[in-house]
Structure formats: C-alpha cells, structure tokens
Design a binder for this molecule. Structure first.
Ligand SMILES: [Fe+2]
Length: 438
C-alpha cells in the first residue's frame, strides 16, 4: 500500500470512530452514552489529568424513582456557591503508613488511607445543615452497632440531598483520594447521621471497618460543646486490628491516634474499608453529631462487601433497602460492561452488540427501578437486565462460559453476571444482618 493509501485508510478509520459507527449493528443499536466518556478499566490507577466527572455519568446516579412510602424530601435547597467553602487538608495518610504492603495496596483502587480535617461548609452551609439535622433527629433509630443513627437523610431533606450529590464535592473527594469517586448509588446510604447516645458510657460508634469503600465524615457540633467523642483510628492494618481484638478487648493505646480538633463544617475523608476506626464515648455535653457520606470508586476494584446481609444494619426498611441494593448492583454490572466495551471499541462482533444492549438495560434499571417490597419483581428486573448476555454465554463458545477469566476482559462480563446473580439471591433471601464487628 502506498503512503497516500495508508493516509486514506487511517482517515477513514478515524471518521468511523468519530461517527461512532463501530458500535452500530443495526438501527436499533445506538452507542451507549457511557462510551462518550473516557473510562479506565478496573484496577487501573487514576490520573488527575484524565479526571472527569461528566454531567452524563453524574445524572445516571440521580435516580428518577419516586421516594419509598413514608419519605418526603423537604426543607431548603442546597447551593454549591452558597453552602460550600472547600479547602484542602494539610495531612494525608497512605495505606503503607498503616503497615499495608505493596502487594496489598496495589490490589486496591488507590493507596490513599485518610486525610486530615479540611473545611467543607461555609458559615451559611453549617447553619442550614444544623437546622436540617435538628428537623430530622426525630427519625433517628438504634442500630445493633450505633446507638443513635439516622439513615437516608438524603431522602428526607432537599439540602442534604444536594450536599450528598454535589458534583463539586465529589470532584474534591476524587482529587484527594486520587481515584474518581461518586456518591453511593444506594440512596438509603446517603446523608447518614450519627448522634451522640444519651448514655455517656456508650461509644458513638464501635471499632470497625466500613462496608463501603470511602466515607466522608463531617463534624456538625462545635467542639467546645462536648468532651470526648473523638474520632480515633488504628495505626495498623485491618488484619492486625481484628487479630488484636480477638485476643483482647482493647487496641494498644500507643497505636491509636486522634484526627485532631473537630471543627464544625470540617470533615475527614478516608478509605473506611481499610482504616480501623471508632468514635470514643461523649463524656460531657448533650450533642455530638456527624454527617457521614459514602462514596464509591468508578474504577471498582476489590469490594470490601458484596453481600447485602453483610452491610444490612438490621433497621433499614426493606422496601427501601432491597431496591437500592438491586440498583447499586446493576450500576456495578453496568460499569463492568462499560469497561468491556471500552476495551473492545473496535470490535464489530455479536458479543459487542450483546454487551451494548446489556449496558443499556442495566442503565435503565439504575435510573428507573421503583421502590417496592416485591422481592420477585426486583429479581425479575435484575434477571431481565442481563437476559441477552446470559443467553449469549449459554449458546456461544464464549470464553466466559469456559471459565477463561485469567485477567482477560472475559472476566469483566463474568463478574457482571456474577454480580447480578448474587444480587438476585440477596433480594430474594435477605432475612437478617450478618454484619460483623467487635
Ligand atoms: Fe465507620
């Protein structure tokens, strides 16, 4: 082929890519909107230069499903320009500093462990959040782990919903953690509030690791109004902490650290599934309130918890929890399909067409699944979202069927199907919590 022939061929290929024709397998199959964005495959490290939280991806998290029975989103609206005053922390702890080795940290999406305290809210933001927390306190309940907790504040307050889903906040958290983070796809997780128990001998929250990967803990009470209630973390690995607590009832004093002054409107971000932590008892003062927002990495990585019973706190309404779990697992399966499509963007194959259709259906579940206590309807929605992919696997010579998962992209689709299978089992069988803590 002559040089001019090569140039013509390259130009033609580029024009195909630009028109997205590489994904067009017929008039009914349009490119999934996720492909318009740049996705990194799971476990690939985050690059700030390539960082993007597009409106498209963010919108997908704002479920259009109506609120579950008994919930009403009320109160003032949240405005980023008015209520946020984001600053950067002066301290950042890496997982290696807690004793984690390179082999372990490289299996995670980032080696970020914990930040120091940094400002999040403006004076007006602090005042409005405080009013909303006062308004919602009557909905607080006692869970097996936390004596007084409010769940799903995002479903009861317009302001809290806006704060939880703030794009500026998510971008700030992503830069800090060095991996792209988004608010948790389960709305019941968003706007979690811990209150100090009336009994001063009880810890606000016991020693534990989180079942969600990243949490942002915002201090809501002026520190001069209480004594105790310090956020404390263990300088060691999760395995060490759990081994020590199995053989004794306390962690060594010299290996437990405090995060410092807990100013109102300031927060810490941590990879909570990898940092053992607790909140000490409040010795004096009526109030000590924190606002906790979980974030999940779009890069997925190894999950700290993939069974609903292991993250079920025993008090969430199942009408809310089960659809939220189904939605979250569909979001995860969707991300896996998107990563597969990204890796096969030049493949005009039947398998690519099937994955494309599956991604569209999963995206639809994420955005529209209604709140319901009908377990079988949820299982049907989950199963139908991957029906084409499952049929393809069962009737073709796909590498997924034959278990060739060793680091290949087939592992992404096997993981997507496994995620949905597990979710179906969870929504049909959840009875009680199996969450473990010391
Ligand atoms: Fe926690």
């Amino acid at each position: 082929m002559t040089l001019s022939g090569i140039l013509v061929f390259v130009t033609w290929c580029l024009s195909l890519l630009e028109k997205k024709q590489v994904y067009a397998f017929g008039s009914a199959c349009k490119p999934h909107r996720g492909l318009m964005m740049t996705f990194a495959a799971p476990l690939r490290r985050f690059s700030i230069a390539g960082q993007q939280l597009t409106g498209l991806r963010f919108r997908a998290l704002q479920s259009s499903a109506s609120l579950p029975a008994g919930f009403a989103r009320e109160g003032p609206e949240f405005h980023e320009h008015l209520h946020l005053a984001l600053e950067h922390p002066t301290r950042r702890v890496k997982l290696a500093e807690l004793g984690n080795n390179q082999a372990y940290t490289s299996s995670l999406v980032t080696d970020f462990a914990q930040s120091g305290a940094f400002r999040v809210l403006s004076t007006e933001g602090i005042a409005t959040l405080s009013q909303e927390i006062d308004r919602l306190e009557r909905f607080a309940v006692e869970s097996p782990r936390i004596p007084r907790v409010l769940r799903g504040g995002s479903m009861r307050s317009r302001f809290i919903h806006g704060l939880c889903h703030s794009k500026a906040l998510a971008v700030h958290m992503s830069e800090m953690a060095q991996t792209e983070l988004i608010p948790h796809p389960m709305e019941i997780m968003n706007g979690h509030i811990n209150f100090a128990p009336a009994d001063h001998t009880l810890t606000v929250d016991r020693w534990h690791r989180d079942t969600v990967q990243f949490v942002f803990v915002l201090f809501c009470t002026p520190p001069e109004e209480y004594e105790g209630g310090e956020f404390e973390f263990f300088v060691g690995t999760i395995a060490e902490a759990e081994a020590l607590l199995r053989t004794g009832d306390v962690l060594p004093r010299n290996r437990c650290k405090l995060i410092g002054r807990q100013e109102t409107g300031f927060a810490v971000l941590q990879q909570g599934s990898e940092v053992y932590h607790r909140v000490r008892p409040v010795r004096k003062g009526r109030k000590r309130t924190t606002f906790v927002q979980p974030f999940v990495p779009t890069n997925l990585g190894r999950e700290p918890c993939n069974r609903l019973s292991d993250t079920y706190n025993g008090v969430d309404s199942l009408e809310c929890l089960l659809p939220d779990w189904a939605r979250y697992r569909c979001w995860r399966a969707l991300r896996l399909c998107e990563c597969w499509l990204q890796e096969h963007r030049l493949a005009a194959t039947q398998e690519a067409n099937v994955v494309q259709i599956t991604a569209e259906k999963l995206s639809n579940v994420v955005e529209t699944l209604p709140y319901t206590s009908d377990r079988h309807a949820l299982a049907d929605a989950l199963n139908s979202s991957v029906a084409e992919l499952r049929l393809h696997v069962s009737t073709s010579h796909s590498s997924i069927k034959h278990g060739c998962h060793n680091g290949s992209s087939a592992a992404l689709l096997a993981d997507a199907l496994g995620t949905i299978d597990t979710a179906v089992h969870d929504v049909l069988t959840l009875r009680e919590t199996t969450m473990t803590y010391f």
